[in-house]
Design a protein around this ligand. Sequence first.
Ligand code: SF4
Length: 351
Amino acid sequence: MSLHEAMLYEKLKDKKTKCNLCARRCLIGDGGTGFCLVRKNEGGILYSLVYAKAISACVDPITKKPLSHFNPGALVMSIATVGCNFRCQFCDNWMISQEKEISGTNLPPEDVVKMARENNCQGISYTYTEPTIFMEYAYDTAKLARQVGFFNTFVTNGYMTPEAVKTISPYLDAATVDFKGGADPEFYKTFSAVPSVEPIYEALKELRRNGVHIEITNLVVPKVGDSIEKIKELATWIKENLGKGTPLHLLRFHPDYKLTTTPSTPIETLEKAYLAAKNAGLDYAYIGNVPGHPAENTYCPNCNELVIKRYSFEITRWNLTKDMRCPVCSHEIPIKGKLHPSGYSYPYALF
Ligand code: SF4
């Protein structure tokens, strides 16, 4: 097993350590591991067990993250290691996020960047499992990637400490922050083993202060996590703290892992959630995981012109001026980066 000394930890008495990467802030005794199982104390020094150990490497359209207002049409090299700091009973990547054995292919940061170049990507995404728990690997890769002109994006549950946000932010261009069940604290406790959602809000504010582009998702889980009132509260918080131009993606749940008897989210519920987000004052609400739904598209919030038409991960019509304005009323649509017109490709795995 290869060891790489961890970032952001404290050495305490009696060879104990405290990890300050995620909001669990695990106290780890000599020989022990943190909640995520991928950070180990050996003789009073905390190590990452997953540095450069990629469990997957795939080429994805950036819309899959989802990022709809950031470098549209771009391709990203997606990487992940095993491990997670959540225990979501509905995780669709549970085979790798909840894996207890350290496994993966040796893929150092320079090889990630090389693969990104060879596959015509414009950026790197740290995704599938929680990137906070493989921060050292993500940090070194992101730094190198930035030096040679790639952008970097996190797909994260947002349970990061402010210190972790500040550490990665100089190299992080965008973050998709995933809520579940309308951010209901009881839902998080019951279905994800997460004691509090407050750290996620703090991390979002820190990402905002550090100039990282933010898009938010919320997984709408039928019966147990589909309160329209909670979704409205979440949308209101987003508007008041991150701005009304922040995209909110309302994602359809599909049965997976331990929640196999819960049905997929009814489209009607997603549409109610979409209306609640719009009524709360957000300019850009989306329905995700429902290919062909009109709420996959971007509409001008001023005149309702359809400005970006999508089908699943694909942009099928681009109707914005070169300076990202509505062609009818000239309202500016907040898009960071540029259009990559020929970038679309179906996702494919490299291993
Ligand atoms: S990253 Fe892992 S070890 Fe560190 S605080 Fe979070 S769960 Fe604990």
